[in-house]
Design a protein around this ligand. Structure first.
Ligand SMILES: [Zn+2]
Length: 406
């Protein structure tokens, strides 16, 4: 292990004895009291030294045996220490792909903030490489979602759509203007390839030269060009995903509103069927209207309304929720729709309760939901109760610092 005090968190001394790691309320932590010797030891945790050398250098500056390990444990419990060699073999392999690794360094730094354990960020980033995601829709939202996921290290992003690229499909984060006239699925797949960090690797082959079976889908993102299919999702299209237990996330723009969610965990959280039944409970004519909206004669032949800023926002939010889920969390779109409308663009959420009449079986289940970042507290050090520390904690709270005081 080569410990480093997480460089992603900015350090600032609140006074001579207390140091704060991090700026933002969700992840900032105050460490203290820190004596002078410990303070100088902190600066040695920069990722260039292994444990043996750290212990040696601590001894050289007169610190007792065990001081390094005790400090390290204290920092680790506060989620403040990373391991520059950690994360397992996949992370080690990623570090050797220097082009890709350099591209992904900001993402790694972000993951190191979110995941407290040493090497946890690197392990999650490397794990994305083995993941397969399907994006259904190659318009302004879908192609941008696919590009972002690929650029963020998701190893396989399949994009499904029909027809050929129209001028209004073009978006700065998605399909380029040069692709107009090409088949949508093909051009979106090119966007995915171009977005991937590092050089594209050859598809793995079996020992007999045949192609390797693709991994099962970890997630389907429903991002149709006609955002109606995300805003009023048709339960029939989700039947296969429910049957195979495939998690799926809806995202799209309809008229001048964007929607992200729900992220459906089949049998665990509300699905499109639950949503339709809840709507019908509140408004009995809803199914009749939904059927009219979905009939071909009500579909526009040209481009429907889709504000580019809104589409990009929805795509970014959807991709971020997808990445959080792929990294092992349950983001706030789980069983919940997030909606945003022009012109004020205020995000609002609506929780969808699973419906007892829906065959998905999610009613009565608990999805084990937990917060993935904001508001969570890191482990705290036991036995630190000096009055000054309480005052510092109070000060931190007044400043809106949500992390632990250790
Ligand atoms: Zn359901």
């Amino acid at each position: 292990m080569h410990p480093v005090v997480k460089p992603a968190l900015r350090q600032a001394w609140r006074d001579l004895r207390y140091v704060q790691f991090g700026v933002t309320a969700a992840h900032a932590v105050v460490l203290g009291p820190v004596d002078t010797a410990t303070g100088s030891l902190l600066s040695l945790f920069d990722g260039t030294r292994g444990l043996a050398r750290l212990r040696e250098e601590a001894r050289a500056i007169g610190l007792p045996d065990g001081h390094v390990d005790a400090l390290l444990e204290r920092l680790a419990k506060a989620g403040l220490v990373d391991d520059v060699t950690g994360g397992g073999p996949a992370a080690a392999a990623l570090r050797k792909r220097t082009g890709a690794y350099d591209r992904l360094r900001p993402d790694l730094a972000s993951l190191s903030v979110v995941h407290p354990e040493p090497g946890g960020g690197a392990a999650r980033l490397a794990a994305r490489d083995a993941v397969r995601v399907q994006v259904r829709g190659a318009g302004r939202v879908g192609a941008t979602v696919a590009a972002v996921l690929s650029a963020a290290g998701v190893g396989q992003v399949d994009v499904l759509d029909g027809g050929r690229v129209e001028p209004w499909d073009v978006a700065p984060g998605g399909v380029p203007a040069e692709a107009v006239g090409e088949r949508r699925a093909v051009s979106a797949q090119q966007v995915v390839r171009r977005s991937a960090p590092g050089r594209a690797r050859r598809a793995p082959r079996r020992s007999d030269g045949g192609p390797v079976e693709p991994p099962p889908l970890s997630l389907v993102i429903v991002a149709p060009r006609d955002g109606l299919a995300a805003y009023v999702p048709d339960p029939a299209t989700a039947e296969d995903w429910l049957a195979t237990g495939t998690p799926h996330l809806y995202a799209g723009v309809a008229e001048a509103s964007g929607v992200v969610g729900p992220l459906v965990l089949p049998g665990g959280s509300a699905c499109a069927g639950c949503l339709a039944l809840r709507r019908a409970d509140r408004d009995p004519v809803w199914p009749r209207m939904a059927a009219q909206w979905r009939t071909p004669r009500h579909r526009e032949t040209g481009p429907g309304p889709c504000d580019l800023g809104l589409a990009t926002t929805v795509a970014g939010m959807a991709a971020s929720h997808a990445l959080s889920f792929l990294d092992g969390e349950l983001p706030a779109s789980t069983g919940t729709r997030w909606e945003v409308s022009l012109p004020l663009l205020e995000w609002r959420s609506r929780r969808i309760e699973a419906h007892r009449d829906c065959p998905c079986g999610a009613a009565g289940q608990t999805e084990g939901e937990r917060a993935s970042g904001a508001g969570t507290t890191h482990d705290t050090m036991a036995g630190v109760a000096a009055s000054t520390e309480c005052q510092m904690a109070d000060a931190a709270r007044q400043l809106g610092i949500g992390g632990a005081h250790v």
